[in-house]
Design a protein around this ligand. Structure first.
Ligand code: NI
Length: 177
């Protein structure tokens, strides 16, 4: 299992719509998930989508114990989510800071649904069906956006909130990617 290079904003592969996974519990799928897991951990990410390592499949991983990039965030269980479907619960949206391994060194304030139901399957094809809120809901919406070719800066409403982490949070111990 390898740490793979993460594509950065500007690479056209990040703008593609990802394909559904059709075969589960295969060596190829397990290898992809393992590579994503190693890459996310190496870079202290809270999530990673397959297109970010150049694989156009509907696979995302996310999870957070304590993460120096998100020191205030609540824990999110480590999850591999394949062929996800999102269903916002209600209309309530919340603005919050986001970063992305494909947009290193930057942060921006992005609106996301506060309450979310998401469904999909794990690498064995076993169903996942959760209703979540707040940071957990935000992470899932961010990662699933990658499968649609959407990067978080495209969703920022007030571009004055978009900038370099070191300038936005001077003196704070926030990782720079
Ligand atoms: Ni991202």
């Amino acid at each position: 299992m390898a740490v793979r290079p993460v594509l950065r904003m500007g690479d056209p592969r990040l703008l593609n719509v990802a394909q559904r996974v059709e075969a589960f519990d295969t060596p190829e799928l397990h290898e992809l998930v393992g590579d994503m897991q190693n890459t996310m951990r190496e870079l202290s990410g809270a999530g990673l989508a397959a297109p970010q390592i150049g694989v156009g499949l509907q696979v995302v991983i996310f999870g957070l114990d304590f993460n120096p990039r998100y020191p205030e965030a609540e824990p999110v269980p480590y999850t591999v989510l394949i062929n996800p479907e999102l269903e916002p619960i209600g209309d309530e949206m919340e603005e919050g800071w986001e970063g992305c391994l494909s947009v290193p060194g930057m942060r921006g304030v992005v609106p996301r649904y506060k309450h979310l139901r998401y469904r999909g399957v794990d690498p064995y094809g076993k169903p996942i069906d959760r209703t979540v809120t707040d940071f957990h809901a935000r992470v899932v919406q961010h990662e699933v956006d990658h499968l649609l070719g959407i990067l978080y800066p495209m969703r920022i409403r007030d571009m004055r909130t978009f900038g370099f982490t070191a300038e936005l949070f001077p003196g704070e111990e926030v990782a720079d990617d």
